[in-house]
Design a protein around this ligand. Structure first.
Ligand code: SF4
Length: 223
């Protein structure tokens, strides 16, 4: 099967998934989208309200900020592949309102096969994890953003993986903290773009992962 055919087949199956309880409250299953031949893949946490309504990843305020930052770095969102670790919105009812909540470990675990299938089709050279929960899946468990942000790791899903702040987290910062984290997010995207562009020439490190993938990725000190 071609990449396109595999993706169509994947979407046909994932759109009816009921493997965790999030299917009960979703409007749409939100799969990844973008350039299926991109060397660069961005992996966020999960759909929010707008994403759930539109059935597309990163279309709310966080998505707008991400698009802005991609453009600053010479990339349109359709140049890269954008996806999440879970495909249905995780919500919490509080009084009369519904708000987003972080996905639970079992929800992440149940949805991991879909993320893995997407990544096996796209075959990225570089993955940017947006936020800690994504880094815990793609890089290693117990990932600490304050200490490990901006460091290159080898992942089971790509030769190079890096984690940075989720745009929604950046948007929640007040004043100068917003400026500072926005700058760091942009710097990390710039670094990831350079890394992806250099992949035609650069040979992936030959080191093997010393820990099981679910326990830890290997930090690369080459860059
Ligand atoms: S979040 Fe993932 S595993 Fe859960 S129902 Fe949606 S697609 Fe299926």
């Amino acid at each position: 099967m071609t990449k396109q055919e595999r993706l169509i087949d994947y979407k046909r199956r994932v759109l009816t998934c009921k493997d965790c309880s999030l299917w009960e409250t979703r409007t749409n299953v939100v799969t990844g989208e973008g350039n299926i031949d991109s060397k660069l893949v961005l992996v966020g946490e999960g759909p929010g309200e707008n994403e759930d309504l539109q059935g597309r990843p990163f279309v709310g305020r966080a998505g707008k900020l991400l698009e802005e930052i991609l453009l600053e770095n010479g990339l349109r969102r359709e140049d890269v592949w954008i996806t999440n670790i879970i495909r249905c919105r995780a919500t919490l009812k509080e009084g009369g309102s519904v708000r987003n909540r972080p996905p639970r470990p079992q929800e992440v675990q149940m949805c991991k096969k879909w993320l893995e299938e997407e990544l096996s089709i796209i075959k990225p050279k570089v993955i940017v994890c947006l936020g800690g929960p994504s880094a815990e899946v793609v890089i290693h468990k117990g990932f600490r953003m304050t200490e490990e942000r901006g460091i290159w790791f080898k992942s089971q899903y790509a030769p190079f993986a890096i984690a940075t702040y989720h745009p929604a987290y950046v948007l929640r910062q007040p004043g100068r903290a917003f400026d500072e984290l926005r700058w760091m997010l942009s710097e990390d995207i710039a670094e990831a773009r350079r890394k992806a562009e250099s992949q035609d020439e650069e040979v992936a490190p030959e080191k093997t992962i010393s820990l099981p993938p679910q326990e830890g990725g290997e930090q690369l000190n080459l860059f």
